[in-house]
Design a protein around this ligand. Structure first.
Ligand SMILES: Cc1ncc(COP(=O)(O)O)c(C=O)c1O
Length: 434
């Protein structure tokens, strides 16, 4: 499929970017397990290296299987182009890389995946970059955090683990007023539930590892570019607007227009940082995406039932699921992700940390793993694992306090999940009483 504006989501998730293999007619996208591609002649090779002709040179940069996934993700998000990377964390660095320079900062939400909090509060400082953490419900604070050195604003659409929903329209307006790109991590929502570009996002990043592949077989990431940001307007993004010395003085924005960020990501980002997605991972992810909407509908339906049941249980202090009418984010959900609040939420237990540990250890159908977005239901105690490197204040702000367990609801029978949760809660209550 090439020009597909009128197809619905369920059709695009199966077809976008893919066509029968021109060499063999293979209907499923083949895994092009090759490192390099034969040039027609020296002139062809030079044209490819000069970016005058689009084609395949070397699989660190581009690969036909990965290219199908890139086109599919750009289509599903409503973007102009996409660059796949070796992980979700890689995608975050790849999104910031063309925008930042030593001394620059990014204004970020306090409600982020714990690994992202660490990446932004610690690791990026080695590049001379920094992050300012702000409560994104305090719009004045977001505005106040922006200064002359700010180059982007970053948040998650549905935040991991707390299921908090960011008011993307409000943050998109702040970014727009400041002339800054808004980067949205849409991992927990997926483009089926939320399309951040429609709410003002410039770039959308994903961990492909989660719901998009959907079965715990892949580590991967992607950056989707809306193609809508004017990289030349403010002079703040010279790597895109000015002659780029790392690509013999090419002006990416002037040359590629709405595809400037995508070309930069491949020609410089993947070339020099090397965070490339392998073709086999792209193949598994493409197969996962074919059933994305079916799975997300079931994840949401199950999560709503299980969260509602947990909310009424005597051992439970609170459930954060935005799909519950009691959630402070319920109204926001109908605007930002009207088809559902996703499959992840947290549950706080009245008997605190020890009860959480006993609860997690007692579950039988749920798997205790550091992952989310699988067909299988998963559970983890965030404070002692994924959010362990954070201070108590950061854990609280991220929705990962010590009395909280994160649940990723799969696509099994909801009754079976509830039965398992019930027996584990009973065991954890008995051990607290002993
Ligand atoms: C919301 C979110 N973003 C990004 C990541 C990082 O993704 P990856 O593990 O693929 O690097 C994760 C991982 O759990 C995540 O939950």
């Amino acid at each position: 499929m090439t020009d597909t504006p009128s197809y619905g989501f369920d059709t695009l998730q199966v077809h976008a970017g893919a066509r029968p293999d021109p060499a063999t007619g293979a209907r499923q996208t083949p895994i092009y397990q090759t490192t390099a591609y034969v040039f027609r002649d020296a002139e062809h090779a030079a044209a490819l290296f000069n970016l005058q002709e689009v084609g395949f040179i070397y699989s660190r940069l581009t690969n036909p299987t990965v290219a199908v996934l890139q086109e599919r993700m750009a289509t599903l998000e409503g973007g102009a182009g996409a660059v796949c990377c070796s992980s979700g964390h890689g995608a975050q660095i790849m999104a910031l890389f063309p925008l930042m320079a030593p001394g620059c900062n990014v204004v970020v939400s306090t409600r982020l995946y714990g690994g992202t909090v660490t990446q932004f509060s610690q690791t990026i400082r080695r590049f001379g970059w920094s992050a300012k953490f702000v409560d994104f419900d305090d719009e004045d604070a977001v505005r106040a955090a922006i200064d002359d050195d700010t180059r982007a604003i970053f948040c998650e659409s549905i935040a991991n683990p707390g299921g908090y929903i960011t008011d993307l329209d409000a943050i998109g307006k702040i970014a727009d007023d400041a002339g800054l790109p808004l980067i949205v991590d849409n991992t927990s929502a997926t483009p089926y539930l939320c399309r951040p570009i429609e709410h003002g996002a410039t770039l959308v990043v994903h961990s492909l590892t989660k719901f998009l592949t959907g079965n715990g077989t892949v580590t991967g990431g992607v950056v989707v570019d809306s193609g809508k940001f004017d990289w030349s307007a403010s002079g703040k993004f010279p790597s895109l607007s000015e002659p780029e010395p790392a690509y013999h003085g090419l002006k990416f924005h002037e040359t590629f227009g709405p595809l400037a960020f995508t070309f930069h990501g491949i020609a410089i980002g993947l070339r020099d940082l090397g965070m490339t997605l392998n073709p086999q991972a792209a193949h598994y992810t493409l197969m996962g995406i074919e059933t994305l909407s079916l799975r997300m509908r079931k994840h949401c339906e199950n999560a709503e039932r299980v969260a509602g049941w947990l909310e009424g249980h005597e051992a439970v202090k609170a459930v954060t699921y935005a799909g519950l009418p009691s959630s402070p984010w319920h109204d926001r959900m109908s605007r930002i992700c009207p088809k559902g609040a996703g499959g992840i939420f947290t549950v706080a237990l009245r008997d605190g940390y020890e009860a959480c540990v006993k609860f997690v250890d007692s579950l039988e159908l749920f798997s205790h793993v550091a992952n989310l977005g699988d067909t299988r239901s998963l559970v983890i105690h965030s404070a002692s694992t994924t959010h362990r490197q954070l201070t108590p204040e950061q854990q609280e702000a991220a929705g990962a306090a010590p009395d909280v367990v994160r649940i990723s609801i799969g696509i099994e029978d909801a009754d079976d999940l509830i039965r398992d949760l019930d027996q584990a809660l009973a065991k954890s209550a008995r051990s607290a009483a002993a």
